[in-house]
Design a protein around this ligand. Structure first.
Ligand code: SF4
Length: 233
């Protein structure tokens, strides 16, 4: 059925689009190896902190900064809320924007400590949209950070939209070209079963890094180029 992308897809045939989305996911599963993460097992506070550090930062620098922070401090709200600002800043220098990230980390740690008895569990146990709203109300926590915490720490059915997920899903025609964060997240979610959300997030990132790069995507080598309306851009 999907020998090539055609106008039917562009005209918004939901059934065709669903099948196309499933085919692309299947091809990406065959191309990349899924990491052996166990969903809902990640420590939510650590996930929150590492995601704050990762904002506008390359993975390698995020990992270095988080490792340095973890060596110096126990990653707990009561510890980070009361840590010396300059001491946290020293550990985060490789991550960039280290002053504002330190401020955010201290503020969210204080809020979790004082409003939620030092645990994110009460928030994670809320219905999904309520939990998202509560997390997003914290300073420096945007929708992507909230969605990462909810998906990776609680297995909540949401797809975090980072720069790769945003770019790749728009090029593939899975999300509206001018869609904002919510438009991309909800249209992408409508194409997949909740059980696939983690794989969709991880595999679109992997695909964006290896083939569907921001500049000069490798369309001729791309494993899903037959199905892509943007191939050859
Ligand atoms: S064909 Fe090109 S634009 Fe389309 S998904 Fe592949 S790399 Fe990206």
């Amino acid at each position: 059925m999907f020998d090539s992308i055609d106008s039917t897809f562009n005209e918004g045939d939901d059934n065709v689009k669903d099948k196309l989305a499933a085919t692309v996911l299947q091809l990406l599963r065959g191309t990349f190896t899924m990491p052996k993460w166990t969903i809902a097992k990640r420590n939510p506070f650590k996930t929150l902190i590492v995601t704050i550090i990762s904002q506008n930062t390359a993975d390698r620098n995020t990992a270095k900064a988080f490792e340095r922070l973890s060596k110096r401090f126990e990653i707990k709200p009561e510890v980070l809320a009361n840590a010396e600002t300059s001491h946290i800043e020293e550990t985060l220098k490789t991550a960039g924007l280290y002053r504002s990230k330190t401020k955010t980390i201290k503020q969210v740690s204080r809020i979790i400590l004082e409003k939620f008895h030092g645990s994110l569990q009460p928030i994670l146990s809320l219905p999904l949209e309520e939990a998202r709203k509560t997390l997003i109300q914290m300073p420096g926590v945007g929708p992507k950070t909230a969605d990462v915490v909810l998906l990776f720490s609680k297995g909540q059915p949401t797809i975090p939209v980072d720069t790769h997920v945003n770019r790749v899903s728009k090029r593939l025609g899975f999300a509206p070209a001018n869609g904002d964060y919510e438009a991309v997240r909800t249209t992408l979610q409508s194409l997949y079963d909740p059980g696939d959300y983690l794989a969709v997030h991880v595999l679109l990132i992997a695909h964006g890094r290896r083939y569907c790069k921001a500049r000069r995507p490798l369309c001729t080598q791309c494993p899903v180029n037959t199905y892509c309306p943007s191939r050859g851009i």
